[in-house]
Structures are given as C-alpha cells and as structure tokens.
Design a protein around this ligand. Structure first.
Ligand code: FES
Ligand SMILES: [Fe+2]
Length: 295
C-alpha cells in the first residue's frame, strides 16, 4: 500500500495554474505542478497559453527573463520570439532558424475564473473533464477566489478540509458547531461525507439558515467541494503539489447573494476561509512566509 504522505502528483488531470483576477500585469507567471515548471503567458488580447518554462535555445527560465513584446513572448537572453501558439517567429542573427524551434505547450481552458492546464498525456486531454462547479455558472452566487502557498504535503490539507470535527482549532471562529457524520463513502478516487452541523455562526449566520444545516463534502482527486445543503455557500479547492512538502492552494468561496452586499461576505470569508491549520504545524514542514490571500 502506498504511503499517502509521500504520494506524488498525477498530471493526467486539469490543474488550475492561475486566476484571471490576480494575473501579473506583465503577462507572465511561473508556476509549478509537482516537479514540472510551467509558464503561463497572457497575450495583450487576453488569450492564455501554457508553456514549459524554458527557452528552447539555452533553457533560460522565461517566467523570469521573458517579456511580452507586442503579441509575442520574447526571451531576454538572445531575443528569440515566440507566438501565443508557441511557434518560434524570430531568432536574431540566424536567418531561417526560427521554423525549427517551438515552445513545448500544454492544453489550456478557462473556467470559474481560473486558467487550467493539462500537463499530462495529451491523448487523455478530452477524456478527462474539468470539474463541475455548479455556482461558477450561477449568477445568484458571488465568488471570492483565494490562493496562496502552504508548506505541507497535500494529503494533510485534504484531510483537514474533509474533517469537520476540528472545531477546536478555530476557537471562537468556528463556522459551525456539533458536527455529526451522517454518511461516509469512498472509492479509488472519491471520498464523500455528509455532515449535520448546528447553529451556524459567523459566515454561516450571515448567509445560511439558523439551526441545523447539512454539509456535503466531496473529494474527487484532485478536486475538493464543500456545499451547504440549503445552497447558502459552496467551497471549491484544489491543492496543487509544488513539491513533496508544499502546495499552492487555489480556492473559491461562493456565497449566495444576501442583501446585495458582497463586501460583507468578503470580510466574513477573510476570517473563515484562511482559518485552516497554519503552516509549520506538521512535523518536517517549514514555516510558511505567506498565507492564503483573497484576490
Ligand atoms: S536562451 Fe532564449 S534566446 Fe537564447
Ligand atoms: Fe478548518
């Protein structure tokens, strides 16, 4: 049996790599999925591409030494240029060489405000669907995306998210109390748990109904969903492994509009959404410099 704390990353899925709202103005972002180093490129017209983060000439890291020039990506070392499709269009000083080179590119999608890449076997791109996030296409919901690094193996965070019994950790900021596990089922890829919780407080008091509420938790590798049965809120999270002891958290809280005051929800979310175990809690995990941030 595999040690879950050492479990690697399966690249044959759609992985979120960036969010439209927080994308750097310079149009380039370097990201990691496991050991894979990727470059997310946004053209001036808003088209996203994902490439290997290495110039095919001398393997220079393009997220650091590249720049967007016109509608193209230019490597800062010798000035080679690449189109949004990854084709090399210019090799200064070497006429006729450009046609022989290209950037390694990956399939890209946009959904729920996130940019997704498929870094695995290209033949499986169509077979693997993007996760379905119902509130992402429902205008009754207000999305609050958050992202940031956490220094631990992704299994710890997955466990934490599916475990509604860790109220102790949240002290006075518990979003609900007295959870009862009503149902639990799992298979090779999925864990589903149904909880009943009581007296929603803080966030839930703002947007949910008082009294008992049911929370459906679903982890379907590598996607995590938490939905309140009354439809008041929905949380979607992906813990993207960036090494064996670190992850980048991509998440969106969706709140059903209440009183048309989304900023109240944003304040509530900042108190609850980032309230999970602080980094450095687990043995062997270094302290983390930055926390999850709201976009
Ligand atoms: S290393 Fe990129 S152009 Fe030479
Ligand atoms: Fe928590």
């Amino acid at each position: 049996m595999q040690d879950v704390r050492r479990c690697g990353v399966n690249l044959d899925y759609w992985w979120p790599v960036a969010h439209e709202r927080s994308f750097p103005a310079r149009g380039l972002l370097g990201v990691r999925i496991g050991a894979l180093e990727l470059l997310v490129f946004r053209s001036p017209t808003g088209h996203y591409s994902v490439f290997e983060d290495a110039c095919p000439h001398k393997r220079v890291r393009l997220s650091r030494f590249g720049e967007v020039v016109g509608s193209e990506l230019m490597c800062g070392y010798h000035g080679w240029r690449f189109t949004a499709q990854g084709k090399c269009s210019l090799t200064p000083g070497f006429n006729g060489l450009a046609a022989k080179f290209c950037l390694k590119s990956y399939p890209v999608r946009q959904y729920g405000g996130w940019i997704w890449a498929f870094p695995g076997d290209p033949a499986r791109t169509e077979e693997r669907a993007l996760p379905v996030i119902p509130p992402a296409t429902d205008p009754r919901y207000h999305p609050i995306p958050m992202e940031g690094p956490v220094h631990c193996h992704f299994s710890y965070m997955t466990e934490n998210a599916t475990d509604l019994f860790h109220a102790q950790l949240h002290r006075s900021q518990q979003p609900w109390v007295n959870p009862v596990l009503l149902h639990l089922e799992s298979d090779e890829r999925t864990v589903r748990a149904l909880y009943e919780v009581e007296a929603p407080r803080l966030l839930a008091a703002l947007i949910g109904q008082r009294g008992k509420n049911r929370i459906q938790v679903t982890y379907e590798y590598p996607y995590f969903h938490l939905a309140s049965e009354d439809g008041a809120f929905y949380l979607f999270v992906v813990y993207v492994p960036t090494s064996s002891t670190s992850i980048w958290v991509h998440s969106t809280f969706y709140f059903r509009h209440v009183f048309g005051i989304p900023w109240i929800l944003a304040i509530a979310a900042s108190g609850v959404g980032s309230g999970h175990l602080p980094s450095g809690v687990w043995a062997g995990s270094p302290r983390c410099g930055g926390g999850t941030k709201s976009l």
